[in-house]
Ligand binder design. Structure first.
Ligand SMILES: Nc1ncnc2c1ncn2[C@@H]1O[C@H](COP(=O)(O)OP(=O)(O)OP(=O)(O)O)[C@@H](O)[C@H]1O
Ligand SMILES: [Mg+2]
Length: 113
């Protein structure tokens, strides 16, 4: 199993939910976060802001745990459909997940997803 941590702009959330739903991914958590990347929260290029302070801006973080075999397809779809080509399109962090347990039944692993 993989955990995907998908950080995007709020305006892309509906598209992201559709991407996940279309692939049978129904378990997810959403957080409203404050963050920044290489531009330190400034809108233009990286280099110009080398000496600037950090400006955190609101983003959406969606975390979902999915079977290994879905991971590549979900990642490709997010990149294809969410990408605008502008700074701040977001990021996906990918983690290996050791186990998952559905408390109601005691099932383990991807059966528990
Ligand atoms: N290295 C990082 N570690 C943790 N979170 C990050 C990291 N980089 C980016 N993020 C999170 O992802 C959000 C979007 O980052 P962003 O897309 O601006 O990344 P970037 O590396 O600056 O890429 P780009 O140059 O396309 O803007 C940030 O607001 C922050 O919440
Ligand atoms: Mg950035």
């Amino acid at each position: 199993m993989k955990k995907l941590e998908i950080i995007i702009k709020a305006e892309k959330l509906e598209q992201l939910k559709e991407i996940l739903n279309q692939r049978g991914v129904h378990g997810m958590n959403l957080s409203n976060i404050m963050g920044c990347g290489n531009q330190k929260g400034n809108i233009r290029s990286t280099r110009k802001y080398d000496n600037s302070s950090i400006n955190l801006i609101p983003k959406i973080k969606v975390e979902t745990v999915i079977p290994d075999e879905l991971s590549e397809d979900v990642i490709n779809a997010v990149v294809d459909q969410i990408q605008t080509g502008n700074f701040g399109d977001g990021k996906i962090f990918v983690y290996d997940v050791e186990d998952a347990i559905r408390i109601r039944t005691g099932e383990h692993g991807s059966d528990a997803l």
